[in-house]
Design a protein around this ligand. Structure first.
Ligand code: PAF
Length: 283
């Protein structure tokens, strides 16, 4: 099927309507563009889950703080469209800010407590921005399934919460993080790293694995394991925002490993903020 690109809601929904008339199920992959192999992996998952894949590309101003990188966020539309075409995507929605947030737009979807912790502590309003745009994209598309990466683990939890709370009839699928061969999670923001920072960046995942091993071995307390992880990252040159052990679904604080857990980290290398996470199962 040929790739259809829609810039406005009317033509996007017209194309979706035609697919529905043909009895096709749709998987939506929301993105902010600057696509890399991690996004293409989401598309591959999406293809397994529905007849056709729709991808949205929108750098959402509502999820960037005043001092964040909205203006310098990488925008590579032509290349993105080529990659999506090659990956077998049917429909791409590239709305403008005016299309998604027309004049007078004033409703914000609050991500609630799950959006106020961890990333929310350091990026005020970030998850309300994500919640608002994802809700709109889901309601405009009404897909059977939507695919998000586990790389942004808290985002995935926030979106699952919204969909449950607002009765949006869509299945949310979390796809495993794609990593470089040295363990660094793929991210559009990796492009900001200097060569020297890039050589240090894999230590983030390496440290998550080391802390997970410490926690599982129970040779040290939870607090000791986390403190050791923060010291290790600091020695490598990271400035750590948080390294936390949380319940895997609600992200509530966790003292012992008696339930499925996630270890989540956010740390700076120079001016670039990296996040990552790892699942820890119970035996
Ligand atoms: O993960 C992202 O790229 C964005 O936060 C999303 C989900 C597309 C919403 O803008």
């Amino acid at each position: 099927m040929q790739l259809t690109v829609s810039q406005d809601m009317e033509s996007f929904q017209e194309a979706l309507g035609e697919l529905a008339m043909d009895g096709k199920t749709v998987a939506l992959v929301p993105t902010m563009g600057a696509l890399h192999a991690g996004h293409i992996a989401l598309v591959k998952e999406a293809k397994e889950l529905a007849d056709v894949v729709a991808v949205s590309i929108f750098v959402n101003p509502k999820q960037f703080g005043p001092n964040e990188d909205f203006l310098r966020y990488p925008r590579t539309l032509e290349r993105d469209l080529q990659l999506l075409d090659e990956a077998g995507v049917t429909l791409v929605y590239t709305p403008t800010v005016e299309d998604l947030y027309p004049e007078g737009f004033s409703t914000i979807v609050s991500a609630g407590p799950i959006g106020a912790m961890l990333e929310g502590t350091f990026r005020t309003g970030f998850f309300d921005g994500v919640a608002t745009v994802v809700t709109k994209l889901l309601l405009r598309t009404l897909p059977q399934v939507a695919v998000f990466g586990e790389k942004d683990y808290q985002q995935l939890c926030v979106i699952r919460r919204i969909v449950r709370d607002l009765d949006i009839a869509v299945e949310i699928f979390g796809a495993e993080t794609v990593r470089e061969s040295d363990g660094l999670a793929l991210s559009s923001r990796n492009a900001y790293l200097s060569a020297q920072q890039r050589s240090i960046a894999p230590k983030l995942f390496e440290t998550l694995e080391a802390v997970a091993d410490d926690l599982i071995s129970e040779e040290v307390s939870k607090d000791e394991a986390l403190a050791k992880g923060i010291d290790r990252l600091t020695e490598f040159g990271f400035r750590v925002d948080y390294l936390e052990l949380r319940k895997e679904d609600t992200l509530e604080a966790l003292e012992t490993l008696d339930t499925e857990a996630r270890l989540l980290v956010a740390a700076w290398l120079g001016n670039t903020r990296l996040i990552d996470n790892i699942g820890i199962g119970v035996e």
